[in-house]
Design a protein around this ligand. Structure first.
Ligand code: ZN
Length: 190
């Protein structure tokens, strides 16, 4: 496992539509090594997720994991998840406004995400999954899968006045956001 450099906004690879991983390539050494590096890099950066495009690989693989994360202490836990060729389908129109950050962007900002989604993907063993995700966990899935289409959360910020550095977020917005989102998590359960 190797910690890889994470690309920053402005790098062209963050704007490409990544390619599907051929199913018969999932077991290959190259793909398994890439998955290991994604996990190691995500953990090293205290990220909640990381997409292959963020380490300059144009393939549809994302990893997610939330434990006791100092970057996102209000996020419900997500077990280590490797999603290959993920497809997201919103289940209804319910939205929640989430203050998001990204390892490729030095800002946070408010984005509307679907609360209830269906996700279909392959894991690193090539096993098919078909699951329902809700709440902040659904938001994390949408953020990570956006990366595979060259979309960054800043593209979805409807009110640019919500953009803030992490330091200014901590000072001026954090308490209000955490209070609101904690109530939301208690209601939605994830
Ligand atoms: Zn991101």
């Amino acid at each position: 496992m190797t910690v890889r450099p994470i690309l920053s906004i402005g790098h062209p690879t963050l704007r490409v539509v990544a390619d599907d991983v051929p199913v018969d390539a999932i077991a290959s050494g190259d793909v398994q090594q890439l998955i290991d590096d994604l996990i190691e890099t995500m953990r090293h950066a205290n990220g909640a997720g990381l997409a292959a495009t963020q380490i300059d690989h144009r393939v549809r693989i994302v990893v997610m994991e939330v434990g006791d994360n100092p970057r996102y202490p209000y996020k419900p836990p997500i077990p280590l998840t490797v999603a290959i060729n993920p497809v997201i389908e919103p289940l209804n129109d319910e939205l929640v406004e989430i203050n998001e950050g990204c390892l490729s962007v030095p800002l946070r900002g408010n984005v509307h995400r679907n609360v209830n989604i269906r996700v279909r993907y392959l894991d690193r063993d090539g096993v098919e999954h078909d699951e329902i995700k809700r709440g902040l966990t659904a938001g994390t899935w949408q953020h990570e899968c956006d990366h595979l289409d060259g979309v960054l959360f800043v593209d979805r910020v409807s009110d640019p006045s919500t953009l803030a550095t992490w330091a200014e977020f901590e000072t001026y917005y954090r308490d209000e956001f955490v209070a609101r989102i904690t109530k939301f998590v208690e209601r939605v359960g994830s």
